[in-house]
Every structure is written in C-alpha cells, then in structure tokens.
Design a binder for this molecule. Structure first.
Ligand SMILES: *Cc1c(COP(=O)(O)O)cnc(C)c1O
Length: 379
C-alpha cells in the first residue's frame, strides 16, 4: 500500500500527461513558456484571485510575499506552532521574528483567541512591530479565516495564507488561496495539486503586490531580466511542470471528491475507537493528510509497528512543534502558550490518504487500528 499513490494517478492519465510533456519538448520553451502563462490564468480563475504568479516552490512563494511587503528586522510575524518548518523559516529568512501561536486540538489550525493574545503581548513588550499573520491550511482544511481576519483588522496586520496543503479546500464556495491578502501554495508532488518536481504559486488581488512579486522572482527585474531595480531571487516554475499541472487541473475536483469519500469511510470505521479528524461545518478539506489522534505516544508506537507488520505505511506529521525546533532556539515566548501543539505532536498519526485508495485498503488499515486500540484499552 502507498501512503500517497502518485504512480496510480500517472498511469490513469499517462497518455494526456506524456503528450503535454512532449509538446513542451517539441516547442523547447522550457522557461516562461506559454503553458506557464495559461496555467497562471487557470489557477487564478480556479481560486478566485485576480493574480497568480507561479514560482519555484511553496517556500519561495511565502518568502516572496514577505519580501513584497518589505518585512524584515524588528517585525513580528505570527505563525502556528504546528506546521511544516517553511511557514516559520521564511520569517527568519527575511530577518523578521516568528511568534508561534498555539492551535486548535481538533482542526490543528491556528487558534484566533490565542493569536490575539500573542499580538497583544508583543505590543505590550514593545520590542517588535506586529506586521503579518501567516495562517496555514493544515492537512488541507482552511484555517478559521473569518475570525483570523477580524484579529488582523483590529491590529492592522497583513494576512498571508499558507495554502501549501490546502489547494482545492473551501469555506462555503470560497476556495483556499483566496483568503489571504496574499496567499501561496506548493506543487510538491505529494500536495493536493502536485507536479513532478518542485513548484509553487502566489495569489493576490492587489495589482501593486503582484507586479512586485513578478519582479522579485526574476532577480528584481525592471523593464527586463537585465535591468535589475531591486534585490530579488530566481524562482520560477518550469514549463514542463506547468504542462503537467494543466493536465492535472482537469481531474483535480474529481480527486478531491474521491479523497472526501476515503476520509468519510475512514472516519465511519474508526470513530468509535480513536479521535478522527474534525472538519468544521461549511468547511471542505483538500485532505493533504488524514490525521488521527491516539491516546499517547506509546499507543502511537504500537499502531505504527502493527501497521508496518501488515505493509501499511503511516507518518507522523509533525513530531516537533515549531517552538522546539533548534533553529528557533531563544526566540520563543512562554511555554504556557503551546499546550495543544505539544499534545498533538505526541499523539498524531497520518494514515495513507489519496484518491485511489480502495475500500479493501481502507478496511485493512482500519482493522489493524481498531483491533489494537481496543486491545490496548484492555491492558
Ligand atoms: C510543503 C509546505 C510548504 C513548502 O512547500 P515547498 O514546495 O516544499 O517549498 C510550506 N508550508 C506548508 C504548510 C507545507 O506543507
């Protein structure tokens, strides 16, 4: 069994994908080709944003947003304590200070009440200038944007949506990557919309920021690449990757629906014995991960081993909260803030999740977990 079966997807759509790659080879427009422009238009339309600028990966996408806003030394950027390293890394990379904020223990997303108290605390301390909130659509579910937005309005903060895991998710009819002042995503192969290598994109409705980001990702270009008017970076999506993504966009909604069915089956079969993922009413997840909570790390170790005995892969996303990462040593507020992220790190386990998981496979996974969770209850 595969954790995320990318070969099955490729084999189902091999003819179209191969033809798309071949057309780029024939045209030899490998960098900034027409397929990149077409993809950007399609992506912008899909998420409901005015501008889409593709780039090298999801980490660059986040950094480009912070660079466009001129975030740097002396600025505070609020980041959930439970996320992939990139969400905080880019803050330090531009010279600003990440302030980690605890999460909800059920949706794993940043908790708005704790966000507000973290902002207040930074203001009171007076050392840093609160500037940006990075909200992450963790495991595919959009963060709680109505409440996050109201904190941003109250304290005059910019909102950056890290939609690396969220592409295709929704709140009502509004799609992920349209909730931030700037929003970003990643096309890393295992993400909900993945290419066959690295890729990323930035979304915004703001013309000025869009123009700045277009410049920043091509060496701070002015009238062209050899007229350089600011320090930028080199970050672009290959035309081959754009061609692949255009094909994949055609069946993305179908895949998202299939993931919803898988999640529903998992949850129906598991919810009597363990804590299954919570999706808030009116929210729709892109199911980058299906993550359960076990009683403690002992039970988790047992389940990982038993799954492995049956050839079933599982992964811990994430083992460590951000504030415990060595790279962030010495910049953290108070330990009392992180009750939920610490607890979730000890108990979370992500199960195989992709659109092509069969009913048989779902039964096999849930059978192992149900047997062991009941058994460990009896001990
Ligand atoms: C994957 C990921 C990123 C980074 O994307 P890359 O394309 O790997 O650089 C950023 N944030 C989150 C939450 C992610 O899961």
């Amino acid at each position: 069994m595969q954790f995320r079966d990318l070969s099955k997807q490729y084999n189902l759509h091999k003819l179209e994908i191969d033809a798309a790659i071949e057309s780029v080879l024939n045209k030899a427009d490998f960098i900034h080709g027409t397929k990149v422009v077409e993809l950007e238009e399609e992506l912008a339309q899909y998420v409901g944003a005015k501008h889409c600028i593709t780039c090298g990966n999801g980490t660059d996408a986040l950094q480009l947003a912070l660079m466009a806003w001129n975030i740097g030394s002396g600025d505070a950027v609020f980041v959930p304590d439970f996320t992939f390293f990139s969400s905080g890394e880019v803050v330090s990379a531009v010279g600003a200070t990440p302030i980690f904020v605890d999460i909800y223990s059920d949706t794993f997303n940043i908790e708005p009440v704790k966000l507000e108290s973290a902002v207040k605390k930074v203001k009171e301390q007076g050392k840093l200038d609160p500037k940006v909130v990075i909200a992450v659509d963790l495991f595919g579910q959009p963060a709680e944007y109505d409440r996050i937005r109201s904190v941003c309005n109250d304290y005059d903060l910019l909102l950056l949506e890290d939609g690396a895991q969220g592409f295709g998710g929704r709140i009502g009819e509004k799609r992920a990557c349209s909730f931030g002042d700037i929003s970003t995503t990643s096309f890393f192969p295992a993400k909900p919309l993945g290419c066959y290598g690295d890729g990323g994109a930035v979304f915004t409705d703001n013309d000025e920021w869009a123009a700045l980001i277009r410049s920043l990702c091509v060496h701070g270009k002015g009238s062209d690449k050899y007229d350089n008017i600011r320090i930028g970076m080199n970050s672009r999506l290959d035309t081959i990757q754009a061609a692949i993504l255009r094909e994949k966009m055609k069946f993305l909604d179908e895949e998202l629906e299939a993931c919803n069915r898988v999640a529903e089956s998992y949850s129906n079969l598991l919810r009597d014995n363990i804590i299954v993922p919570t999706v808030r009413p009116n929210y729709s997840s892109a199911w980058a991960q299906y993550t359960i909570l076990l009683k403690d790390s002992d039970e988790r170790n047992l389940i990982i081993q038993r799954l492995k005995d049956y050839g079933i892969p599982s992964n811990i996303y994430y083992k460590k909260p951000m504030h415990e990462q060595k790279a962030f040593e010495g910049i953290v507020l108070g330990e009392e803030y992180f009750h939920n992220s610490v607890e979730v790190c000890r108990r979370c386990l992500s199960l195989p999740m992709h659109p092509y998981l069969s009913d048989r496979e779902i039964k096999d996974v849930t059978k192992v977990i149900n047997e062991d969770c009941i058994m460990s209850d009896e001990i």
